[in-house]
Design a protein around this ligand. Structure first.
Ligand SMILES: Cc1ncc(COP(=O)(O)O)c(C=O)c1O
Length: 400
């Protein structure tokens, strides 16, 4: 493992506002003037470094955030988008066209799954979904038409861990692009350190951390980002999932505290996972020795950021899961809500919410049970107090 430290890279960025402000100025314009018509022409040809054209292509505020997220992920550059899906779908459509094939993990965010399964085929794009933890199965699914290997570092919602180094070897051997959604594990894992080509985040989650906006980013080579933004053929430029400058300025401010938040999320989740497991609950958390990929993940993380803030428990049935979540919400232990990375704990039953796009049969096959509750553990100051209150709820509902 190298000395790469994503939080140091973010800290080392120094931006000044237009009037010497400590935050960069917000560029509140959709279009930009040119002092000469020739420069405008050159910019359309993609040749005018430092010139802005139109904010669907680039804006100064978005470029600040691009630069910071590229520094965090160790890529040449990045391109922010209006949502995580606004980063994922243009990336895949840029890399693949009619007749091409993707090998994807079957345990991915329900929206990405639905895109690959239902919408992408309309563009002639086929996907084979595999158990990403089995490298031989992944390799066997590759065909001469395969262009992309796709997965999440830690999967939503089952918290399966992808062996990024192993997948990268396969991708290089077959000349594929390895695209990884790192939404669940910012700072903890730096996918490019394992040979990943393109790293995607839903900024909506940990990176923004205050559940007040959606956002996304693609971190990649300058060449690929140029392709995405190409005025004639770029999927980001032409599909138009552009982040607003006001939003990118606010996400940028939240990014500056990400390292502190991730440490606290991880500390709290590790504590609760151990306690839940101690109560005899079926608990999944990559920081538990009982997690099938615990040792692998331990070798992948930047240790100071821990194993992340996501965990699941199995309550046995959807009714029990719902009863427990409603009670915990009424006791102010968190919100019954989808999404993750918020300062308060969020919980939901993925089978009937974020993963409901995945057909029932397939949910069963991948181990996504009705009674599963996914927790995004918050920044609680006293996690022991939280645990005692959660234990009381579990007792009352009859889960323990
Ligand atoms: C792992 C993961 N990737 C991508 C997304 C999509 O992001 P957004 O909702 O910002 O479009 C989500 C949303 O829940 C997610 O959990």
């Amino acid at each position: 493992m190298s000395n790469f430290n994503p939080a140091d890279n973010i800290q080392d960025l120094q931006y000044f506002g237009e009037f010497g402000g400590v935050n960069p100025s917000i560029s509140d314009s959709s279009t930009y003037t040119f002092l000469s018509a020739k420069t405008m022409f050159d910019t359309f040809e993609g040749n005018a470094e430092g010139c802005y054209l139109y904010s669907r292509h680039s804006s100064p505020s978005n470029l600040y955030l691009d630069k910071a997220l590229a520094a965090m992920e160790g890529t040449e550059t990045a391109n922010v988008a209006a949502s995580g899906m606004g980063a994922i779908t243009p990336t895949l459509l840029q890399l693949c066209g009619n007749g091409d094939h993707i090998v994807s993990s079957r345990t991915i965010y329900g929206g990405t799954y639905a895109f690959l399964k239902n919408l992408a085929p309309r563009f002639g794009l086929k996907t084979t979904f595999v158990d990403i933890t089995k490298l031989d199965i992944v390799e066997a699914a590759i065909t001469p038409e395969t262009k992309v290997l796709y997965c999440e570092t830690v999967s939503n919602p089952l918290l399966e861990v992808a062996d990024l180094a192993g997948l990268s070897k396969i991708a290089k051997k077959h000349n594929l692009k390895l695209v990884v959604d790192n939404t669940f594990s910012p700072l903890s894992v730096t996918p490019t350190q394992f040979g990943v080509d393109i790293v995607i985040h839903s900024l909506t989650k940990y990176i923004n951390g205050s559940s007040d906006t959606v956002g996304g980013v693609v971190c990649a080579s300058q060449e690929f980002i140029n392709d995405l933004k190409n005025v004639n053929s770029g999927a980001s430029m032409l599909l138009g999932p552009t982040m607003d400058s006001m939003r990118s300025a606010s996400v940028m401010k939240n990014l500056r505290t990400l390292h502190i938040r991730i440490k606290q999320h991880s500390f709290n989740a590790q504590y609760l996972a151990e306690q839940f497991e101690g109560l005899g609950l079926k608990t999944v958390y990559p920081g538990l020795k009982s997690h099938p990929s615990h040792e692998l993940y331990k070798g992948m993380i930047n240790p100071e950021y821990g194993f992340g803030g996501m965990l699941t428990i199995d309550t046995g049935s959807l009714d029990k899961a719902n009863e427990l979540m409603e009670l915990m919400q009424s006791r102010n232990l968190g919100y019954l809500a989808v999404s993750l990375g918020f300062y308060k704990t969020l919980f939901s039953a993925p089978g009937s919410s974020t993963s409901s796009e995945i057909p029932m049969e397939e949910q069963k096959e991948m181990g996504l049970t009705d009674g599963l509750i996914r927790f995004s553990i918050g920044l609680d100051n006293d996690i022991k107090r939280t645990f005692e209150m959660m234990r009381q709820c579990m007792k009352e509902v009859g889960v323990i």
